[in-house]
Write a protein that binds this ligand. Structure first.
Ligand code: HEM
Ligand code: MG
Length: 334
């Protein structure tokens, strides 16, 4: 039976996380990494299993301990990833591509593709990773990182901050509308686009930076996380539980609606049917009743039991964020 999610840790202040118990080590043959610089870094320091395959419980503990990600966001993000890309029976998920290490697959159309799988969690318009249409949606992309630095230099005085986040986020969307005929940002991707633009400000900045220095990520530290999957030497995690707080502000600077290119480049067409960052209840309801049901139309036995357990964990993670949005039970309540 999947264990309940860990609660918040007892100490939630800044602390040295690049410590002696968590030495950075290069990947060994077979170790899996993927599109998330946060999880990659945690695996390369041993906060997560270094092979890149983990349980939801391990992921929630690791993002809290290593980065001070706030408990509700840690639970929500982890159960979304697990339901979309993990193996509900073995309770394991890959932080990169598909692997036999997550155990025997449940019946198709389930994918269990790991978080690199395009179109479930991973999506288009990433800041340092290319769109899946161009072939590699998970590796550090040097040209895109040059653009990340260029925006930070021109608009942030050499730092990635919320101003840079808002402009780079908008630019990456426009760029992909113009060159990726299959560009799509619907449903969950419309939420993660803006959350992920916030994380480098809220979670990659050293927790000892306060006052005017707070919320400013220098380019050496950015390269350390995005490219080397490594804490900057002597890194302290955020000074309080943090996460996607500024996402609405980043969205509001250039409020792009969800949608996709429907007939080649520059044919972006709004599609709000799977919800959006401004319509969370539609997002949640459609995710459960359409997206997840599409992957698991008729689960039985342990698979069905564990899907229901993970769906409960997901709903509970919404807390006040559910805002009266009723729970959906696609596989019954017993
Ligand atoms: C991107 C999963 C926690 C920072 C991603 C992506 C996935 C993912 C699937 C790729 C989406 C895309 O850009 O196409 C997760 C899961 C987490 C988690 C399941 C569990 C809680 C974190 C943490 C941080 C972080 C703790 C920071 C400390 C980022 C950033 C990106 C990203 C900055 C965007 C990369 C880019 O645009 O180039 N994450 N993540 N994530 N994640 Fe995570
Ligand atoms: Mg992506």
């Amino acid at each position: 039976v999947p264990p309940p999610p860990p609660g918040p840790p007892s100490f939630t202040g800044a602390k040295l996380v690049d410590d002696a118990r968590h030495p950075w080590m290069p990947t060994r043959p077979g170790d899996i990494r993927g599109p998330c610089p946060g999880l990659n870094t945690l695996a390369s320091h041993g906060y997560l299993p270094r092979d890149g395959v983990a349980s939801p419980e391990q992921i929630i503990k690791a993002v809290q301990d290593g980065f001070n990600m706030d408990n509700e966001l840690a639970r929500f993000t982890t159960y979304m990833a697990h339901l979309l890309d993990g193996n509900p029976v073995t309770d394991l998920i890959s932080i990169g591509g598909k692997t036999p290490k997550t155990g025997p697959d449940p019946p198709r159309p389930a994918i269990v593709g790991g978080i690199s799988n395009h179109g479930t969690f991973e999506g288009d318009g990433s800041m340092t990773r290319a769109d899946a249409f161009f072939g590699d949606n998970h590796s550090f992309n040097p040209a895109l990182f040059e653009q990340f630095k260029d925006f930070s230099n021109r608009l942030g005085g050499g730092f990635y901050n919320l101003t840079v986040a808002a402009e780079l986020r908008f630019h990456r969307i426009q760029q992909s509308i113009g060159n990726n005929p299959q560009f799509s940002i619907v449903g969950f991707r419309h939420l993660t686009l803006y959350a992920e633009a916030a994380f480098p400000v809220t979670l990659f900045v050293d927790g000892r930076r306060t006052g005017a220095q707070a919320g400013h990520l220098d380019m050496r530290s950015a390269e350390s996380f995005f490219k080397d999957m490594r804490f900057p030497r002597g890194f302290f995690r955020a000074a309080q539980p943090s996460g996607a707080g500024p996402a609405p502000e980043i969205f509001a600077a250039h409020p792009t609606v969800p949608g996709r290119n429907v007939a080649g480049v520059n044919t972006f067409t709004p599609d709000t049917s799977l919800g959006s960052i401004t319509d969370f209840c539609t997002f949640y309801t459609q995710f459960v009743s359409k997206t997840l049901k599409g992957l698991y139309p008729n689960p039985t036995g342990v698979l069905r039991r564990n899907l229901n357990i993970n769906l409960n964990f997901l709903y509970q993670s919404l807390g006040a964020g559910a805002q009266g949005c009723p729970q959906v039970f696609p596989y019954g309540q017993n």
